[in-house]
Design a protein around this ligand. Structure first.
Ligand SMILES: [Zn+2]
Ligand SMILES: [Zn+2]
Length: 138
């Protein structure tokens, strides 16, 4: 085996990795924001469920996987707001549970996640945006 071979292989592998990375970016870039977030939530919960799958156990059918993932998302609806239809704050896009109400009607509430990020707009009330997926509240 020549000395050059491992070097060429390393270059080839690095090129392939870069190609795959840009293919991933292009694929995600072609999605709408909502599609991207749906895929993200489903992928994250699918990963979580996958880590809990017993080694060697039979892989469930797609429909069963889908049911499992959606069921698990519904149990943590604030963490999977796009799938479950829980609306993130229209002010900052953070989930409702991160918001604290103001002490009185005059002072606004606080988004704890914004506050943690040192966002100067952290002081606001949770604002629900109309969902394209669920009907307007009556
Ligand atoms: Zn907010
Ligand atoms: Zn926020």
């Amino acid at each position: 085996m020549s000395e050059e071979f491992p070097e060429q292989l390393a270059v080839y592998l690095a090129e392939r990795e870069a190609q795959r990375a840009s293919a991933v970016d292009a694929t995600l870039g072609a999605l709408t924001e909502r599609e991207r977030r749906l895929v993200c939530e489903a992928a994250v919960m699918g990963y979580v469920q996958g880590t809990r799958h017993p080694a060697g156990a039979e892989h469930p059918k797609n429909a069963a996987v889908l049911h499992l993932v959606i069921d698990a998302c519904l149990a943590f609806s604030d963490l999977y707001p796009v799938i479950t239809g829980v609306q993130p704050c229209s002010e900052c896009q953070h989930p409702k549970y991160n918001h604290r109400e103001g002490e009185d009607p005059v002072s606004p509430g606080t988004c704890l996640e914004c506050e943690a990020d040192d966002d100067e707009d952290a002081h606001h009330d949770y604002a629900a945006a109309p969902s394209p997926r669920s009907p307007e509240p009556r």
